[in-house]
Design a protein around this ligand. Structure first.
Ligand code: TRP
Ligand code: SF4
Length: 329
């Protein structure tokens, strides 16, 4: 049976946090383990350049560390192809050809583009490369003739653009590319320790690599139900971020006990948080052990990447032969 191919990427802009783990990354692992798909996951290091072009020194190390995080949380190179975008030069060639047929207006009206420009107002993003971000992403996706692209809602406009670009290519030259579907992750956005969306740029994240004192201090500083000033005040777990995390890390029974104890003011936030720190610690211990292992076996990580790159390169090279024939160059 031929498995349907799916493809997704992540920019290597720093260590991954629990929001990434319960969002995109967790979904990647699930799709891999479902056995239903031929999974391609890659490090979008050229995409990192679109916003980090003036401080590029961290990108290479981040790329390796990100693959270590992936392996530690359960991506398995026996099941998924893990590769690095910049190793497959065909992405740049396809990007160039697609840029010829992509109307500027499609890029200028892209909501993610407008949003990111405002969000990263401290960086000068009035560049050709940044505007062309979705064209490179389209090249990433259609290069592998992916049927599905597992992404969060924020990436939907990019996948939509990919579909339009692929249709345009097929129309102008030859029907080479299937039109990819977004595979939406159903996971809600996790909040950070300050109650805003968990994000590296807000400095409010719990990282997958956090352990020991760092982890327990972050958890003890988490915002809770603001009405619960004293232990004797009854709380409302529904609006408490600590409780959301318990939902992910504690047993159903504990979650029920906490909800009741919080509402009746029989447990205090300090104890509630201590329990959470313990739960997260034990869930993370095997992940940290694998992380340690890979950090001490960097050659193995490099080997995984070389193998993945080789598999990706084979497909990319075949696709580009078809593309060159179709565009008659
Ligand atoms: N833009 C994606 C992000 O910021 C990363 C990405 C690059 C990607 N190329 C891709 C995701 C192709 C899916 C498919 O998360
Ligand atoms: Fe939140 Fe727990 Fe405090 Fe209730 S007891 S407000 S769930 S931290």
């Amino acid at each position: 049976m031929v498995l349907k191919r799916i493809l997704s990427g992540m920019r290597p802009t720093g260590k991954l946090h629990l929001g990434n783990l319960h969002g995109a990354l967790g979904n990647w692992v699930e799709l891999q383990n479902s056995g239903k798909y031929d999974c391609f996951y890659f490090v979008a290091d050229w995409h990192a350049f679109t916003s980090e072009y003036s401080t590029t020194e961290g990108i290479k190390d981040n790329a390796v560390n990100m693959v270590i995080d992936w392996l530690a949380v359960g991506l398995d190179p026996q099941k998924s192809t893990l590769f690095v975008q910049s190793a497959i030069k065909e992405h740049a060639e396809l990007f160039l050809l697609l840029s010829m047929i992509t109307p500027l207006a499609w890029l200028e009206r892209n909501p993610t583009y407008k949003e990111m420009k405002t969000e990263l107002a401290n960086k000068d993003l009035s560049t050709f490369g940044f505007l062309g971000y979705p064209v490179l992403q389209a090249a990433d996706i259609i290069m592998y003739k992916a049927y599905g692209v597992p992404v969060g809602v924020d990436q939907l406009p990019h996948v939509e653009l990919t579909r339009e670009i692929a249709r345009r290519f097929n129309f102008l030259y030859q029907e080479i590319f299937p039109i990819p579907e977004p595979l939406l992750t159903g996971v809600p956005k996790l909040l950070g320790i300050d109650g805003r969306k968990m994000s590296k740029s807000y400095d409010n994240s719990i990282y997958i690599s956090d352990c020991g004192k760092v982890l327990s201090e972050k958890i003890s500083s988490m915002f809770t139900d603001p009405q619960r000033m004293r232990k004797s005040d009854p709380g409302n777990p529904e609006i408490c971020n600590v409780f959301t995390f318990h939902g992910l890390y504690s047993t159903q029974e504990t979650v029920k006990e906490i909800a009741a104890g919080c509402r009746s003011a029989s447990i205090g936030c300090t104890d509630c948080k201590k329990m959470l720190a313990q739960r997260i610690t034990s869930a993370m211990t095997p992940i940290h052990e694998r992380m340690n292992y890979y950090n001490n076996h960097l050659d193995e990580v490099a080997g995984v990447i070389v193998d993945g790159n080789r598999k990706a390169a084979q497909i990319a090279s075949r696709t580009m032969e078809e593309v060159r024939a179709a565009v008659k160059i």
